[in-house]
Design a protein around this ligand. Sequence first.
Ligand SMILES: NC(=O)c1ccc[n+]([C@@H]2O[C@H](COP(=O)([O-])OP(=O)(O)OC[C@H]3O[C@@H](n4cnc5c(N)ncnc54)[C@H](O)[C@@H]3O)[C@@H](O)[C@H]2O)c1
Length: 343
Amino acid sequence: MKKFNVAVIGAGDMGTNHVRGWRNAGHNVVSITDYDLERARKLAENNDYPKIYSDYKEAINDSDVDIVSICLPLVFHAPVTIYAAERGKHVFCEKPLASTPEDAARMEEAVNKAGVQFGIGFQRNFAKGVAAAKQWAEEGKFGKPLVFNSDLMQEVRPKIAMHDNKGNKGPIMDACCHYFFMWQTVFQSKPKRVYARGGIIAKDRPEIAHFQELAIDTGLITVEYESGDIGSMNVSWGLAKHTKLPSNRDRVYGPKGGAVGGFNNFGSDIHIDLYIGDKHEKVVFEKEDLFETEFRVFAKAIEERKKAPVGFKQGKEMLQLTYAIFESIKTGKVIELYSEVAK
Ligand SMILES: NC(=O)c1ccc[n+]([C@@H]2O[C@H](COP(=O)([O-])OP(=O)(O)OC[C@H]3O[C@@H](n4cnc5c(N)ncnc54)[C@H](O)[C@@H]3O)[C@@H](O)[C@H]2O)c1
């Protein structure tokens, strides 16, 4: 296996996961960048002292670097990807792909022109629970059509930029893409139409009131797939402080049976309850580092000169669905999706 040199850009939560994941996957983290240099320094100290930078351009221009691993807020995904690609570096970027479809198109053009690889951080879809649900659905264990319910309830995010409509754009953009990708993987189908209602239930919270445009923090989303299967999501990041209203576990079911569990979750207790007729089985999965898994897959694609399996295609599909949901919330209408748009 070739050992790649990786520049991790952003030393926050995802930066920490990327440094660990790349190292566990057997690659060298040669630098860590954050404009909060103290953060970069701390992460470097715990990881054999790679170089530290505050300016991503300096990190990318280091001739040692093969892969740029982007762990920055959403607005920086496009400029940093384009800058890295233009300098001949492979790019691995955190999800969501980009703030707008136009940014996504510019990123893809730069990557294609440079002939470098691009991968996106949907590590949760590598979870064994997703593969199991896909296999059970394929075998017809649950019958057809399928319904997938997902749920995500949290209080106002401590990272308040998550609530900025000009920043990370709220949970429907930032978090739901993991669930949408899981649904289409299990259904093996593409979204056809969507209906959603939503709003900002935390608009009076003082810590976020200063944003010019608050992002939608709460939504009820129904997506119909070409296969006739349905995904539904209940999401809120608008709960009052210290309110620990639990999220329901994911649930997939059909006319013959169903399953409940954190299919794409990498918490400590990873199990799925399977219910078929009067039978109940508890299926337990081993804990794994999904960042390590996704980086192994990406590095293999570079080495074998094959297109990375998760990249622009999936990133654009999730972005298209997210924008359709925003449109449905705004207009109150059902929005039709055209899968040929998300090639
Ligand atoms: N794959 C996942 O499961 C997952 C989970 C959470 C977040 N994310 C995504 O990862 C990205 C980063 O999120 P996070 O939770 O790590 O955020 P974070 O706030 O914890 O970290 C971001 C870091 O980037 C630094 N930074 C911001 N702009 C910079 C710039 N221009 N130059 C240098 N440093 C800069 C900040 O100082 C901060 O340390 C987001 O796109 C988010 O949506 C993915």
